[in-house]
Design a protein around this ligand. Sequence first.
Ligand SMILES: *[C@@H]1O[C@H](CO)[C@@H](O)[C@H](O)[C@H]1NC(C)=O
Ligand SMILES: *[C@@H]1O[C@H](CO)[C@@H](O)[C@H](O)[C@H]1NC(C)=O
Length: 425
Amino acid sequence: MSADQFSSGRWRRKNPARLVFFFLCLWSLISFSRAGRLSASRQKLEVQKHLNRLNKPPVKTIQSPDGDIIDCVHISHQPAFDHPFLKDHKIQTRPSYHPEGLFDENKISTGHKERANDITQLWHMNGKCPEDTIPIRRTKKEDVLRSSSVKRYGKKKHRSIPKPRSVDPDLINQSGHQHAIAYVEGDKYYGAKATINVWEPKIQQPNEFSLSQIWVLGGSFGEDLNSIEAGWQVSPDLYGDNNTRLFTYWTSDAYQATGCYNLLCSGFIQVNSEIAMGASISPVSAFRNSQYDISILVWKDPKEGNWWMQFGSNYVLGYWPSFLFSYLADSASMIEWGGEVVNSEPEGQHTSTQMGSGRFPEEGFGKSSYFRNIQVVDSSNNLKAPKDLGTFTEKSNCYDVQTGSNGDWGHYFYYGGPGRNPNCP
Ligand SMILES: *[C@@H]1O[C@H](CO)[C@@H](O)[C@H](O)[C@H]1NC(C)=O
Ligand SMILES: *[C@@H]1O[C@H](CO)[C@@H](O)[C@H](O)[C@H]1NC(C)=O
């Protein structure tokens, strides 16, 4: 006897009211699971559509040893050109002007072995992108699914910016973002530069991150804050691993609707075929051992007004068109350099996520992480030492910062810390 016959035989003996109830239940069960399936398939569709928007058809594909896929995409097919204002944009292949300064990597001799040129990206081991293409880290389905929503993928949570000297303690505790930075303000700035020590800090929980970067800021800290950011980061949520990666960020409305990491929205126009945003950098520094650093320069081209970015001494990566910004269309009003981490449970025990090398500034070279040769670009397009360098940290027992200056390193600072420790419970 089949299951069908069995159940119909059984049910014929029950009263009709129960039968109606049973069918009602069955119907709602079926429609529930259909709704579930529908929303699941709608989400799948939404994710797929987003992936199609982000991942442009490649000319060539390179498999990186760290699991990344690098797509070499024709320069005129990059995500930037999805922006309505960039439809007829003529790509600038190089900046009109390059700022001049004291600490040129080609001229500088530091007391320590210069290693900036040894740093590269892992995917280079397996190939190169052809001319007229740019390397783009392919976004995978898992990358998008790790984000809270398709819309938030590649975006920062609001208000992660350190605002020195007017700290609202409640806000700090709520957001869980902690910083150890040096900064300048009170002038018009047209760029910033630094050589940043590269480490691979430990992250306690996947929804936390640790980064070391330059902030180029415009406007007051309101809803319309403009920011251009570049440096290295470890962010398991964004990338799915604990590797140290090169990144950029921009926003013109304090992290609300505009902007994103890397090339995850339209805006930044990349011209370089050798460096991929969001790709792993290698090697990283080791405690009391080899030290590696990267230099990053962001500056405003005085002729065209675009904000350019350079990595190391020879990689001009590309530019943010001036029209993306309001305040930064003119100049920056503040520059910050330093580290940021997220303490995801600000009410509980402090996170043990590390900033920099995970060591405090007192420990110095080879142990604590540094920024050296920090400079700003002035209105005559010259790189200059920062005047009146301030420092800021929310909880110096968790992460701290200490500045100094000397001939080789110009203005520099050590920063970072271990997070949770007996003085930072
Ligand atoms: C915020 O954190 C500070 C420093 O740890 C602490 O002294 C203060 O009580 C906290 N404030 C709130 C509202 O939790
Ligand atoms: C990242 O590091 C944490 C510990 O620091 C570890 O628990 C986690 O498995 C690592 N994640 C990956 C993807 O390797």
